[in-house]
Design a protein around this ligand. Structure first.
Ligand code: HPA
Length: 271
């Protein structure tokens, strides 16, 4: 795998030149608007990049955008790879391997998720403080490459405490209602049944979604610092039995977008 990472990394290095990058950002469902906040210097289609997984959604090529945000250099993934699309975990997390190869020290991940905490409302923004990995496949399964990270990575502090503090301060300054919670990663693509939302709550999580956990595990394997933000796009629990739709998720994400942008901007500026 290292050779593939190296080829993709060298290709990107050639394109973007010898700049040092401060942040990698992965955008979640309905959160694409954030990419327009970046003063783009390069926009590279995934299909150009050696060994990058091919996107499955027709007419929707993902792109890596490199540019300035709050005076920092960022590399942003517009379009991510979900496990439910059929990629294996090495494919889902390949971009994060390449970010590390490019010596990007920090990762910001965003997603849409279903809230199971009783005080959450649709449109809330939640800082992820921890996660529970319930994906059926682990991204670090198989032979470990010590060049990438240790065999048994510590996960006691997966989400950087200083980043969380900064996001709290930004939310306070800008009067954004900010939730904190544990994210539960499931493979999807079905939304959860009321009983499953109940299970997620009983097992100690506050929100559930179909992404993020694999990328965060791989980022931590490589020692990257991670911040993750979830938009609560729908609510679930055994007491709630109304349907969830993809449209509803996208709409709620759109409504919460200005707050997500403020928090990401604030974090990038202050680190
Ligand atoms: N469950 C899983 N994934 C999601 C949800 C949900 O309720 N909402 C947005 N992504």
């Amino acid at each position: 795998m290292y050779n593939k990472i190296e080829e993709a990394g060298k290709f990107l290095r050639d394109k973007i030149g010898d700049v040092s990058l401060d942040f990698a950002i992965i955008l979640g469902s309905g959160l694409g608007k954030l990419q327009h906040e970046i003063e783009a210097e390069h926009s590279i289609a995934y299909e150009e990049i050696p060994h990058f997984p091919k996107t499955t959604v027709a007419g929707h090529t993902g792109r890596l955008i490199v540019g300035q945000l709050e005076g920092k250099k960022v590399m942003l993934m517009s379009g991510r790879f979900h496990y439910y699309e059929g990629y294996n975990m090495q494919e889902v997390t390949f971009p994060v391997r390449v970010f590390h190869y490019l010596q990007i020290p920090n990762l910001i991940v965003s997603n849409a998720s279903g809230g199971v905490h009783r005080s959450f409302k649709v449109g809330d923004v939640m800082v992820i403080t921890d996660h529970i990995n319930f994906f059926p496949e682990h991204p670090l399964r198989g032979a470990n490459d010590d060049k990438l990270g240790p065999r048994f990575p510590d996960m006691s502090v997966a989400y950087d405490k200083e980043f969380i503090q900064i996001m709290n301060q930004v939310a306070k300054d800008q009067k954004i209602r900010l939730q904190h919670g544990v994210y539960f990663g499931l493979q999807g693509p079905t939304f959860e049944t009321p009983a499953e939302y109940g299970m997620v709550r009983t097992l100690g999580a506050d929100a559930v979604g179909m992404s993020t956990v694999p990328e965060v595990i791989v980022a931590r394997h490589q020692g990257m610092r991670v911040a993750a933000i979830s938009v609560i796009t729908d609510l679930g629990g055994p007491e709630i039995a109304f349907p969830v739709s993809h449209e509803e998720v996208l709409n709620a994400a759109k409504v919460a977008m200005p707050n997500v942008i403020k928090i990401v901007r604030g974090l990038v500026q202050k680190v």
